[in-house]
Write a protein that binds this ligand. Sequence first.
Ligand SMILES: Cc1cc2nc3c(=O)[nH]c(=O)nc-3n(C[C@H](O)[C@H](O)[C@H](O)COP(=O)(O)O)c2cc1C
Length: 193
Amino acid sequence: MNKAEAVLQTIRERRTIKPKEFLQESISDEVINEILESANWAPNHGKTEPWRLTVFTGEGIKDYVKIIEKVFAETADHLKKPEKLAKWTGNAPFASHIIAFGVKRTENCALPHVEEVCAVSCAAQNMMLVATAHGVASYWSSGIAHMPTAAAKFGLAGEEDQMLGFLHLGLVDKGIEVGGRKSPIDTKVTWVK
Ligand SMILES: Cc1cc2nc3c(=O)[nH]c(=O)nc-3n(C[C@H](O)[C@H](O)[C@H](O)COP(=O)(O)O)c2cc1C
């Protein structure tokens, strides 16, 4: 298999796997560090490197759950669905690691905010692909990310800082059923020749 085939295969193999499928086994520090390193190589406009990550593991997962509960409690009722909270907090204990990731806006940055969101999303994809290459399953939950007080709880206190999600990572048995695509890429591409 050449390099391009290997990359494409990893991209196809990365499929969302929900935490309830995770085995109660820990991912090694070495693998987690490689996953984190991959985030730092995401493309970003203006060399802002806006990704900020908080890693929860072991007893730290309980701290993650507390933050979720607090942000949820602080949010106005019309912005939240009570049944979701149990889902988010219930998923957490299955994960070996949860990486909370968000955007740190550079002061006086003239770039559109959406470009920083794009860069951090690329960092998230990098992490999921390296995870996949190591046989680690991943699940991007946006959960409470967009609730008003969320970002500050993860050290992102700037006015334009923003959480994007919570990457739940775990080890799984092979052969778990995963989703596909509704339509092939040709249906989403326009060629101009
Ligand atoms: C920005 C973003 C937010 C997401 N948030 C959630 C979420 O809150 N809950 C969830 O079940 N899946 C979430 N996902 C994962 C998607 O459900 C998943 O990517 C989609 O079903 C396609 O499956 P695949 O990842 O296997 O290709 C999110 C994905 C992205 C990119």
